[in-house]
Design a protein around this ligand. Structure first.
Ligand code: NAP
Length: 204
């Protein structure tokens, strides 16, 4: 990704806060937005660090890479924020499984990130940062235990590689699983890699 790539996190709840902690710890600039406006984010941004900037939703959506840290059932409302998603990279942290009963109706047989890709037509959708509890994701791993593994999947190999690189910059270990219908299926709740907390150590 170009050096001037702008990052944003939309959603300032559990997972948005965990992501802000990671960006703040690494000193990577990121804009954060929710539905209520930047004034409601100042405390969270201050505790995450100076690289975390409260923003309006419009400012956040102007970024090239957007972490979507919102309820699964809010994806269609989120999509209304831009007329065209072409050129955006969306990191999909949502889990349909924990959404209310009608998630199955919304999915209509699709994997959740395929549904997201349908709704945000034109965007490069990357499924990642969704398979661990927020507080686990944010917790610092002692050096001796290696780096926490984050699984990444996308139907765009380029987007997967871009988010893998960013994940490493954030101090985590990126494991690319390939396409959403293949490896991505493993990190869709409640499948095999969900709630599995791995760390990676260098080979000796
Ligand atoms: N909680 C976890 O440990 C965890 C772990 C992995 C993945 N996830 C997934 O991550 C997603 C977020 O979970 P969470 O626990 O962080 O939820 P949460 O604490 O309820 O926070 C949701 C955030 O989304 C924002 N939001 C809702 N609709 C929006 C919209 N249309 N546009 C912009 N922002 C919107 C809310 O804004 P306001 O603040 O303005 O209301 C809020 O900040 C879910 O899909 C969940 O399945 C959660």
């Amino acid at each position: 990704m170009p050096a001037d790539t702008r990052y944003a996190i939309v959603g300032t709840g559990n997972i948005g806060t965990a992501l802000a902690t990671l960006f703040g710890r690494a000193g990577v600039e990121v804009r954060m937005a929710n539905t209520r406006g930047p004034d409601t984010i100042s405390e969270l941004a201050a505790s995450a660090g100076p690289s975390v900037l409260p923003a309006s939703l419009a400012e956040a959506l102007a970024s090239e890479v957007i972490f979507m840290a919102i309820p699964f059932t809010a994806v269609e409302q989120f999509a209304e924020g831009l007329p065209d998603w072409t050129g955006k990279t969306i990191v999909d942290t949502t889990n349909a499984h924990y959404a209310p009963d009608h998630a199955e109706e919304i999915l209509n047989g699709r994997l959740s990130s395929h549904y997201v890709a349908d709704v945000l037509a034109g965007a490069r959708v990357v499924k990642a940062f969704n398979q661990l509890p927020a507080q686990t994701l944010a917790a610092q791993v002692p050096d001796a235990q290696g780096r926490r593994v984050v699984f990444i999947s996308s139907d765009s190999a380029g987007a997967s590689a871009d988010i893998a690189k960013l994940t490493e910059v954030l101090g985590l270990s990126a494991v690319e699983l390939g396409q959403i219908g293949e490896g991505g299926r493993l990190i869709q709740v409640p499948n095999a890699l969900v709630l599995r907390n791995f760390t990676e150590q260098p080979l000796t």
